[in-house]
Unconditional design. Structure first.
Length: 272
């Protein structure tokens, strides 16, 4: 990036039931980027809007298209936001300089997805408010504290959950990344159940990079912001370096978020 080039735009997409507030600490952690956090339909400032895939991808497209001429864009999504970011990248493979999937590298077609289908089916019987109280208590026990815990949402955003996860299970998976030429950084907590098929996702990418946040769960963006910000800085650096050809791919790079990319270790993509 030259002195006259604009800083890269980093578009951040929250997870299920969360909102753009999930990313409040990140502008201060990433001063070299223009950080843009969005609310998906049915969440945050858009909680009254019905969730559809088309509307959600429209939100992402507006954030990406808002860049200035010559400005690169890194799209990063957590959980639901990560699956939607992969859908967007498949549809617009030439608009992104890098893609980051946080807690979004479990294949929704896997048999374990029945847990999420069951959760969505249980919601109408339990009630959104009661489910929100239970979920928020679990999230706090998993390490979310301070301002992040205080901003956990109530049950209103649960209205979007059945449609959102039906869309994920019906359309998402590693296949979305096969035509994505930009670097793809796959970030997961060490104890995140959503990292189950990270090697399968890496194998589908032209330029994959795997980051595992030690001692973190699915809520790493909330509990380990410094480590997640380090992974995002890696994506920003990779974006600035340009895109390699698919022929240059020799396997996923395992990156330690505590160290710079020069300390990469190569590994053959496979499922764990």
């Amino acid at each position: 990036m030259t002195d006259s080039a604009p800083p890269p735009r980093l578009v951040l997409v929250h997870g299920t039931r969360m909102s753009a507030a999930q990313w409040d600490p990140y502008p201060a952690l990433l001063p070299g980027a223009e950080v843009v956090a969005v609310d998906l339909p049915g969440h945050g400032s858009r909680v009254a809007e019905p969730f559809t895939v088309e509307a959600a991808l429209g939100v992402l497209d507006a954030a990406v298209s808002g860049r200035t001429p010559g400005q690169g864009v890194v799209l990063a999504g957590h959980s639901l936001g990560g699956y939607l970011a992969a859908l967007y990248a498949q549809a617009h493979p030439d608009r992104l300089s890098a893609l980051v999937l946080l807690g979004a590298s479990a294949d929704p077609s896997h048999r374990l997805a029945v847990v999420y289908r069951g959760f969505a089916a249980l919601l109408p019987r339990v009630g959104a408010a009661r489910m929100a109280r239970f979920t928020n208590a679990v999230v706090r026990r998993l390490g979310v504290s301070g301002a992040a815990a205080d901003s956990l949402p109530d049950g209103a955003a649960y209205a979007a959950l059945p449609a959102a996860w039906a869309a994920v299970m019906g359309a998402c998976g590693p296949h979305l990344l096969r035509e994505v030429g930009c670097p793809v950084v796959l970030v997961n907590g060490q104890w995140d159940q959503m990292r189950l098929h990270v090697r399968r996702y890496a194998a589908a990418c032209a330029d994959p990079h795997i980051v595992t946040v030690p001692r973190a769960t699915h809520f790493a963006p909330l509990t380990h912001p410094d480590e997640v910000a380090a992974a995002l800085r890696t994506a920003l650096r990779l974006a600035a370096q340009g895109r390699p050809s698919r022929a240059a791919y020799h396997g996923a790079r395992d990156l330690d978020p505590r160290h710079p990319p020069e300390r990469r270790q190569h590994a053959r993509p496979r499922d764990r």
